[in-house]
Design a protein around this ligand. Structure first.
Ligand code: AKB
Length: 316
């Protein structure tokens, strides 16, 4: 049985992953940590929770020892759009968090899962079916921290034998915890606004394709890669994975099938648009499929049905 410490447990991925891992590994075997403390959150009240700033290496190390964990899932990070508002701080938080985690994994012989992103690619990466191994010269600070993180994780694996693993996530869509500060967030906002106001203006322009994935598939991919047989992994940091790719028109048409009077338009944000344009239209997940059996259940139409049902039952 694993004992996992999660950083960023109150964030978009963390809040759902914590609940899933508490079911998979048992409540006492999942140590949720976050810089924030939200008293009425289920993550805080329904299992082990510790307040932690990932830039505080001493506390991180003490908590890993105190709870005798064998794996760290490091999620705490600033995303792409917010990262462009404070690039220096994004470098500091994303990189010092990761280097602290890597050192503790080395010292205490722990395994590490930490996600990268499609943001690790840039303008001169191949645009369609972007390969696993290719040019990575991202134009955002978030992307720069993701490429640096991939390289550092590979280094710790090769040099020190730390079992590091990661995926390059596309935009993640979920009805539970809203994302904050990402470029792909329009594909979450659109569902909330379609139900609440029957209209939405996309901050991403017509024709801009990006890869996306529904959260249940993303969580399963994390568990599958953590559990994968290490001897079969040729790559480690980080695997391309994706479940669908669409532009704003396609997701709005899908929603209109269920909400025919939904009005859709554009109010393009130049900063997030230029970030989106620097990312791939679609990435190639072949290595993840071949090396650890990555798969997914939700395409755009299945996800849309589920999102609208789940948000409606939450009273949105
Ligand atoms: C973002 O938009 O910044 C994230 C990502 C693709 O990593 N959702």
């Amino acid at each position: 049985m694993k004992k996992v410490l999660i950083t960023g447990a109150l964030g978009q991925i963390g809040s759902e992953l914590t609940s899933k891992l508490r079911i998979e590994y048992g409540k006492d075997n999942v140590i949720a940590t976050d810089i924030r403390m939200i008293e009425n959150s289920e993550i805080v009240s329904n299992g082990v929770f510790e307040q932690l700033n990932v830039m505080d290496a001493e506390t991180l190390s003490r908590l890993a020892k105190k709870h005798n964990v064998d794996t760290i899932v490091h999620l705490a990070s600033l995303l792409s759009a917010v990262g462009e508002q404070q690039p220096q701080y994004t470098w500091k938080l994303n990189m010092s968090g990761l280097t602290n985690v890597l050192e503790i994994c080395r010292e205490q012989n722990l395994k590490l899962f930490t996600p990268s992103s499609i943001a690790a690619f840039g303008y001169n990466s191949p645009k369609n079916l972007t390969p696993q191994d290719t040019i990575q010269r991202p134009g955002t600070m978030y992307g720069i921290t993701k490429v640096s993180g991939e390289l550092l994780c590979d280094y710790y694996y090769k040099k020190f034998g730390v079992d590091t693993r990661g995926v390059r996530f596309p935009g993640l869509i979920s009805y539970v915890t809203p994302p904050g500060g990402g470029t792909t967030d329009y594909a979450v906002d659109i569902y909330y606004e379609a139900l609440k106001n029957k209209k939405y203006n996309s901050f991403i322009a017509k024709g801009t394709q990006m890869d996306m994935m529904y959260m249940p598939d993303a969580l399963q991919a994390i568990v599958d890669l953590i559990e994968a047989d290490g001897s079969k992994l040729i790559h480690r940091n980080a695997f391309n994975i994706t479940a669908m790719n669409f532009d704003p028109e396609e997701i709005s048409s899908e929603i209109k099938k269920h909400i025919p009077d939904f009005k859709f338009g554009y109010d393009v944000d130049p900063i997030r648009q230029s970030i989106a344009e620097s990312w791939p239209n679609s990435i190639d997940p072949t290595c993840a499929i071949e090396e650890w059996g990555f798969n997914f259940k939700y395409d755009l139409s299945k996800m849309t049905v589920d999102m609208l049902n789940k948000l409606s039952s939450k009273g949105i």
